[in-house]
Design a protein around this ligand. Structure first.
Ligand SMILES: Nc1ncnc2c1ncn2[C@@H]1O[C@H](COP(=O)(O)OP(=O)(O)O)[C@@H](O)[C@H]1O
Ligand SMILES: [Mg+2]
Length: 334
């Protein structure tokens, strides 16, 4: 495959059209705003950011579940963004997904065997025996066993269900696994178990992960690179270690300083703030200044009117912040 990335996203915009009761015309909400990213074969890109930053919209655009407004998504030899209908089977086989909620993502009427063997039935011509053998192998891969074959999802804990979802996603040996907050619904010790499982299996299987999370600390050690999303933008991207230990963008720093919100009053306030987010926003061409300007403690006058482009960060990667540019007069900064 050489140095060409497995997946390459270029200037991607995802827009929803919202209409409230008294609006005659629907208005756009830009959930993903000009995102460019790439992932090499077998590598893990962690995508972090708080709720509402557009992570799922980005993942769903890759999976072909929401339309691309503009920009391109190239996967292997395929131009995904140009596909107007469902991806062809050859692509669907190669890109699998695991979602956040292990309680709604598995069909309750199916047994574990049915769930894991379904993709094999659809995409391969294996005999029943071959399929059964592979399902058992997959169960063992996620630390479950053949004793679980005939059971139904409701008999399992959240963590076990995510293991089943992962086994099912791995069945076809995809090249890319999109994991949209796969552990957010789980307790902390189970979170670590699942992350470790993904980590251990990755190299053996040679799969690339697009791993979405809101907790940078949880995913940095399994990620090769980290991208930080804020209101639809990638504000920082770089080698996982550098981003975690030496964050450059003020938003990344804030994310790392944020302690888990155990205080119910704070959680309520945060939820209310999220709900208060407008259902539509400034038209695409009229967006001015830095997307983080209203929350940034170090905001400069020029941040109000100019959008910072990505500047190189010492130690690798980029951050879209004038402070980074000013700190490094040798970069392509003004
Ligand atoms: N189907 C939709 N219609 C309208 N707005 C949506 C839709 N899905 C998501 N959004 C909005 O887009 C923004 C980004 O959402 P999402 O991609 O789910 O972010 P994240 O996964 O980071 O929480 C949010 O403000 C959300 O309310
Ligand atoms: Mg999400």
């Amino acid at each position: 495959m050489g140095d060409k990335p497995l997946i390459e996203i270029n200037d991607l915009w995802v827009t929803y059209w919202a209409r409230s009761a008294f609006q005659l015309r629907s208005k756009p909400f830009h959930a993903v705003k000009g995102v460019s990213l790439s992932i090499k074969a077998g590598q893990t890109l962690g995508i972090v950011g708080e709720s509402g930053s557009g992570k799922s919209s980005l993942a769903n655009a890759v999976l072909g579940l929401v339309p691309v407004e503009s920009g391109t998504i190239r996967f292997d030899q395929h131009e995904l963004s140009a596909m107007k209908t469902r991806y062809p089977a050859a692509v669907r086989k190669q890109i699998q997904a695991v979602f956040q909620d292990p309680f709604s993502s598995l069909n309750p009427s199916m047994t574990v065997e049915d769930i894991i063997s379904e993709p094999l039935r659809v995409h391969t011509k294996m005999s029943n025996d071959q399929r059964r053998d592979l399902v058992v192998e997959l169960l063992e891969l996620v630390s479950l066993s053949k004793d679980h074959l005939k059971r139904h999802p409701h008999e399992f804990s959240g963590g076990q269900r995510q293991r089943i979802a992962i086994a099912s996603a791995l069945a076809l040996q995809p090249k890319l696994l999109v994991l949209d907050e796969p552990v957010s619904a789980l307790d902390v010790s189970t979170q670590n178990q699942i992350i470790n499982l993904l980590y251990e299996r990755r190299d053996a299987l040679g799969i690339a992960y697009m791993l979405i999370a809101h907790d940078l600390a949880l995913v940095h050690h399994i990620s090769d690179r980290i991208a930080v999303m804020y209101l639809g933008h990638i504000v920082e991207e770089g080698p996982a270690d550098r981003v975690y230990k030496n964050p450059a963008h003020p938003y990344t720093k804030a994310l790392l300083e944020a302690v888990p919100l155990l205080d119910p009053a704070k959680q309520r306030a945060r939820r209310a703030a999220r709900k208060a987010q407008p259902a539509y926003d400034t038209p695409r061409d009229a967006q001015v200044g830095c997307p983080y300007k209203n929350r940034c403690a170090q905001v400069l006058p020029k941040c109000q009117t100019q959008a910072p482009t990505p500047f190189s960060v010492k130690g690798g990667g980029v951050a879209s912040c004038f402070l980074v540019a000013d700190a490094q007069p040798t970069s392509e900064a003004l």
